[in-house]
Each structure stands twice: as structure tokens, then as C-alpha cells.
Design a protein around this ligand. Structure first.
Ligand SMILES: Cc1ncc(COP(=O)(O)O)c(C=O)c1O
Length: 395
């Protein structure tokens, strides 16, 4: 592997590729003139082995219905063991076209309209849709924010909410606050859920993006009892930048829960899956590890830069500690801008295309989420723009 293969500094023009992040800017943020740092995909080329696998398959000129070979499941089993120390069986894995679809399928398959489903805001906005659009009762176990910007789970509130819920949607690690939940927190959460016979959908899509010095713990790895109440969602899509390939998996050890989930997938006729996603997934899990390790160091560099920049030049803007993901959770509350003013400031004045914190529900007011999975020069440019925009205001 030569250095060029892992050149995360390379600027790749993504415009005119129907990229939602770039070509969807006008539609979503109302302007093309921002640095797009919103939706969670990366501006880095995928591992070379992934491109090779897709090109090789594309050269065969027929793209008919396909099944997933044993090697697909084996690559996941090996990856989970090697990266996360979790021993799973092939039979526990069920393909799903996406993690958000899996959240919705779990809500549909395991709860009835009107029944309670817990989430923990501020949280990735499709969690709200999975509850509201399916007409379930939303129970918000809002995260608590500590003085240094770290978030923790409000367990007293969770104990109460668990009594009237059927399901909990967990983000582990958490988007947007960047927590990689630790063993005590997960164990406590798992025990509260099992005591109330509550099923947990543990969305672990960001697990592989746990940053150096931190350690991801799959909720279901903690005990058989907790595993029997858990549906774990994983995907190579965040890890290896394959969001457009619609390929993820759910891992369910309990045979009855698995059977029910399979019925939901089959009822929608979604089990066949995406041919190129399957090839990419196998190549990524089998050959992507060195790339991923290099990527994590690079992202950590971008995060460290952002933290020092803010400390030195914009001390009034806070930034939560980030243990996982490539998403910064920036706190602008001390600027005195209301939410509308803040987002307009970012988009129209700084020309940095961030996500508005209010998207993520209660607790997101006064925050912006910024995606730093891009070349370092872009992150620098974005922070200079924010700094310059503030300078013009204060004049
Ligand atoms: C927590 C979380 N879950 C799920 C997704 C998207 O999953 P998918 O594209 O597989 O539906 C994202 C994407 O940002 C995410 O942050």
C-alpha cells in the first residue's frame, strides 16, 4: 500500500455527481455558496479495495438479482470480532437496506400505534420520524449536559419512561453529541430495559468511527440477557463512505426476535439487496482496516485543530468532547444569537454549511453540527470563515 492510496488531503470534486451533500445544497440550505459540512458522508475516496471490487463486478455486463454468499456474512463476523471483540454467529445477521429503515422496521414490527418508544435527544433526526411517522408515542429521555459539554444519560428519567415504553432507540455511539457510551452506562441502560421487558434497537452505525483512545462496546455483547433484548444495527456505510450503496445489517441473537424482524423485511420484499453494496461490503470488511486506522488518525487531527482554533480565536464557542464520529457539536449559546439568527449567520455570513442543532430536537437549541470528514485544508478554511464572520459582526 503506498501513501497515495490513503491521501486524505486530496481535494476531490464531488459536484455534478448527484451528491446530496454538494448538488443538494441549493435545495436544502438555499445556497450553493457554502462549504458543505452538513450531511454525514465523507469527502474521502473509499479504500482502494472497495473501488476495485465494484469495478470488477461492474465489468460483468449483467446486474440481475443476487444473493449474498457466505463470504458476506463471514466478513462481518470477523470484523465484529476483530474490531469490537464481539463474537457473533453468521445466522444472527440479517441484511437490511439501511439503518434508518431498520429503525422503522423495528418500530413497525415490535410495537403498535400509540405505544411508547423512547429516544434520547438531542439525536439524529430520523429517530423522531421513526416514532412520529409510525404514530407511536414519543418518550424523550433527554440527555443531560455537563458543564464541560459532555452528555450523560438521565437514568432516573429513563426508569420512569421505561415503564410505559415498548422500545428504545439508542444511538451507540451517539450522533450528534459524540459520546461512545461506556460499559457502566450501557449495562445500566440494558438492565433497565430488560427489567421492563423493553426491546432496544442499538444503532451502532458509528461504532467503527470510535476515535483513538476510546473503545466501542456493542450493547448486546454485555450479557445474554441484554442481547436477547437487543437488535444491533451496523453498516459499512459510515465507516467506509458507502452511503449510496444501501447496505447494512441487523444482528439479532434471539431466535424469536430475529424471526419477527425477518418477517418484516420479507413483507416489504427487501431481502435481496443491492449487488454493488454487497461487493463493497465484503471488500471493505476484508481489506479496509489499515485505511480505517489511517482515517481515524486523520479525523482526530481535524478535531484537534478545531478545538485549538476555538480555544485560541473563538473562546465563546464551545465544543463537546468527541469520543466517536466525525461530527463536531458546537455550542454558540454564549453568542446571544437566537436559533434562526445563528443558522443564518453560519449559512449567509460565514458561508459554512452546517446542520442546525434544532434538527436534533430538545437540547439542540443554540448548537450547530459540523462534519469534519474532509481534507484538513477545508476544515481550516471553514474555521477561518467563521472567525472572519464574527469579526465583521463585532465591528
Ligand atoms: C445514528 C445514525 N443512524 C443511521 C444513519 C443513516 O443510516 P442509513 O443511511 O443506513 O439509513 C446515520 C447517518 O448519518 C446516523 O448518524
Amino acid at each position: 500500500m503506498n501513501k497515495q492510496d490513503f491521501d486524505f488531503d486530496r481535494l476531490i470534486d464531488r459536484r455534478d455527481t448527484h451528491s446530496f451533500k454538494y448538488d443538494g445544497l441549493q435545495k436544502v440550505l438555499g445556497t450553493d455558496e457554502v462549504i458543505p459540512m452538513w450531511i454525514a458522508d465523507m469527502d474521502f475516496a473509499v479504500p482502494p479495495a472497495v473501488s476495485k471490487a465494484i469495478i470488477k463486478r461492474a465489468e460483468h455486463p449483467i446486474y440481475g438479482y443476487t444473493f449474498r454468499p457466505d463470504s458476506y456474512y463471514e466478513s462481518i463476523v470477523r470484523w465484529m470480532d476483530k474490531r469490537h471483540g464481539w463474537n457473533i454467529e453468521k445466522e444472527w445477521i440479517q441484511y437490511c437496506p439501511g439503518v434508518v429503515p431498520a429503525l422503522n422496521m423495528a418500530v413497525q414490527g415490535f410495537t403498535e400505534p400509540g405505544e411508547g418508544v423512547i429516544l434520547q435527544s438531542p439525536i439524529y433526526h430520523p429517530f423522531f420520524h421513526a416514532i412520529n411517522l409510525n404514530h407511536r408515542k414519543l418518550l424523550n429521555n433527554q440527555l443531560k449536559e455537563l458543564e464541560d459539554g459532555t452528555y450523560i444519560i438521565d437514568f432516573d428519567d429513563l426508569v420512569e419512561k421505561a415503564k410505559e415504553a415498548r422500545l428504545l432507540l439508542l444511538s451507540n455511539p451517539h450522533n450528534p453529541v459524540g459520546r461512545s457510551w461506556d460499559e457502566d452506562e450501557l449495562r445500566t441502560l440494558g438492565e433497565i430495559c430488560t427489567a421492563n421487558n423493553l426491546l432496544v434497537v442499538s444503532d451502532e452505525i458509528h461504532a467503527d468511527l470510535t476515535l483513538p483512545g476510546h473503545h466501542h462496546i456493542p450493547l448486546a455483547s454485555l450479557s445474554e440477557e441484554i442481547a436477547s433484548h437487543t437488535i444491533t444495527c451496523i453498516s459499512p456505510s459510515k465507516t467506509f463512505n458507502l452511503g449510496g450503496l444501501n447496505t447494512s445489517s441487523v444482528i439479532i441473537s434471539d431466535p424469536e426476535v430475529r424471526k419477527r424482524f425477518e418477517e418484516v423485511i420479507e413483507s416489504l420484499h427487501l431481502g435481496m439487496g443491492n449487488l454493488f453494496g454487497m461487493e463493497a461490503s465484503i471488500a471493505a470488511y476484508n481489506h479496509g482496516e489499515k485505511w480505517l486506522d489511517a482515517l481515524l488518525k486523520y479525523i482526530q487531527g481535524n478535531i484537534d485543530f478545531a478545538r485549538s482554533f476555538l480555544k485560541e480565536k473563538l473562546p465563546g464557542i464551545g465544543m463537546s468532547p468527541i469520543e466517536a464520529t466525525y461530527l463536531l457539536w458546537l455550542d454558540f449559546r454564549k453568542t446571544g444569537m437566537n436559533n434562526d439568527e445563528l443558522h443564518k449567520f453560519m449559512i449567509n455570513k460565514a458561508k459554512v454549511g452546517s446542520n442546525d442543532g434544532t434538527m436534533y430536537g430538545p437540547g439542540g437549541e443554540g448548537f450547530q453540527r459540523l462534519n469534519v470528514a474532509c481534507p484538513h485544508s477545508i476544515v481550516e478554511e471553514a474555521f477561518i470563515r467563521i472567525y472572519n464572520a464574527f469579526s465583521t459582526i463585532s465591528k
